[in-house]
Design a protein around this ligand. Structure first.
Ligand code: HAM
Length: 442
């Protein structure tokens, strides 16, 4: 049997890849208006970064990481040797840890310096059980803002995220914005103990995993997908009833800014998100239409301790990431047209073989002028060349015949109206140049 793409991955075929390109460019264009600048970090990092940054007890780190072993190290492992920290590598399960590592490594937020706003897009890897909207390699677009703890930064990022979703065609009415505050190192430890006590008091009613979570990281029990656990955890103490005055003030300010911007949101005190680095604001955007059980199209929050955790100085931060493939499911459900096949502006067809060199040269001239041009390389008949032009969606066909060429002309047929006219070869570059530079969706 022919080899297939690995489970939980898929190919983006040309029209889909064009949509991903459009999606990413649109995001960067919008985020750029808010001052975000692109950054690219490696697809793999030292495993230690994710363990310290995302948290050892999270599902993402404890169960879902793809570990990368280079050839030489594989032999060492097989010989029973232990690998040194630097040689223990994992594919990135998300982008935040790597970006924060880069900010620290390159000192992008010098002491007392202005905040840095960064945006990224690319594949992430999680060894999850594949299902609808849950892949092992998926694409994220994300932003991280480091160096500012003011609530306007949180509100600005959330507003920007919602603006982007609407711009790419997810109807506002299909989306639900959930917000919460996770507190800080001052108020969260006491709250965590309350949740631990709550879980212990319901030991027989909660699943084994939740009971285990009580010992390691009790807040993770809010993420449990078991419906019985979800029902019981709904009565657990709520973090928003236990915030310290500073966190409460911050949370109220974020909500105030969202309201002022006319954004509707739902407060969800059970929203804890699956990564351990969050402090204070967390948020998630969910869609029901077209999604399986995985209904979050994007999410993020504040992580004021992460830079320090990965070895930098205390630097507050906030960011979000959105999942491309889940956005596609939401767009499909909303009936959005995502296919905009690349069309050919002009197809050069040859009536006889001896004009082929001229067609080759002319196609090059109009391409240099910014136009999409194609021609047949396989000596097809004129009829088959027209069929090919049709298949490629060519808007015009330039028909090269020896008689016209001798007069310095080509015949141009508009494939929509079927009208034909003779064009001076000298005017060709200007004529076809005006059709060039078409982008996705035009
Ligand atoms: P996350 O919630 O783990 O957050 O992922 C963000 C988005 O990526 C999700 O809302 C979802 O749309 C998509 N996603 C996650 N896992 C999968 C998967 N297995 N298959 C398909 N899509 C998936 C983060 O990754 C944080 N780094 C966000 C952040 C940035 N927080 C602060 N800054």
């Amino acid at each position: 049997m022919a080899i297939q793409a690995p489970e939980g991955t898929f190919d983006l075929l040309p029209d889909e890849a064009r949509h991903w390109d459009f999606f990413r460019r649109t995001a960067f264009e919008i985020f750029g208006r808010y001052g975000y600048r692109p950054i690219e970090t490696p697809l793999f990092e030292q495993t230690e970064l994710f363990v310290r940054g995302i948290g050892e007890a999270t599902d993402v780190v404890s169960k879902e990481m793809f570990t990368a072993i280079s050839g030489g190290n594989l032999q060492k492992l097989l010989n029973g040797e232990k690998l040194k920290g630097k040689s223990r590598l994992s594919l990135r399960p998300e982008g935040t840890a790597g970006v924060v590592r880069a900010v620290v490594q390159h000192d992008l937020v010098p002491q007392g310096g202005a905040p840095v706003k960064l945006m990224y897009a690319g594949p992430m890897f999680r060894a999850e059980r594949p299902q609808k909207g849950r892949l092992r390699q998926f694409r994220q677009v994300g932003i991280e803002c480091l160096g500012a703890e003011e609530p306007t930064v949180d509100a600005e990022a959330i507003i920007m995220l919602m603006r982007f979703f609407e711009r790419i065609g997810i109807p506002a009415g299909d989306m639900r914005l959930l917000v919460n505050s996770m507190g800080c190192e001052r108020c969260r430890p006491a709250y965590r103990e309350l949740v631990r006590d709550f879980i212990r008091a319901h030991v027989d009613e909660l699943c084994e995993e939740c009971n285990h979570r009580a010992e390691v990281n009790p807040l993770r029990a809010f993420d449990c997908k078991n419906p019985d656990c979800a029902r019981i955890m709904a009565d657990a103490p709520k973090i928003t009833d236990h915030l310290c005055p500073e966190c409460r003030e911050h949370y109220e300010a974020v909500k105030g800014h969202l309201e002022h911007a006319g954004l509707s949101y739902i407060e969800d005190p059970k929203l804890v998100r699956g990564l351990d680095y969050y402090t204070r604001t967390v948020f998630e955007v969910q869609v029901d239409n077209g999604m399986g059980s995985q209904n979050a199209i994007g999410g993020g929050g504040r992580y004021d301790k992460l830079a320090k955790e990965v070895g930098g100085r205390d630097t507050p931060g906030l960011g979000f990431a959105l999942g491309y493939e889940r956005c596609v499911l939401a767009l499909e459900a909303a009936g959005a047209n995502m296919m905009s096949p690349q069309s050919v502006d002009v197809f050069f067809a040859c009536a006889t073989d001896d004009v082929r060199p001229a067609a080759f040269e002319m196609a090059q001239i109009v391409r240099d002028a910014g136009t999409t041009a194609e021609l047949d390389h396989q000596h097809r008949s004129l009829k088959s060349q027209f069929k090919l032009a049709d298949k490629l969606g060519a808007r015009r066909v330039a028909i090269l015949g020896p008689d016209e060429l001798a007069q310095g002309k080509v015949k141009v047929r508009d494939m929509g109206t079927h009208e034909e006219h003779l064009l001076d070869i000298d005017a060709m570059e200007r004529f076809f140049g005006q059709f060039g530079g078409k982008k996705f969706g035009e």
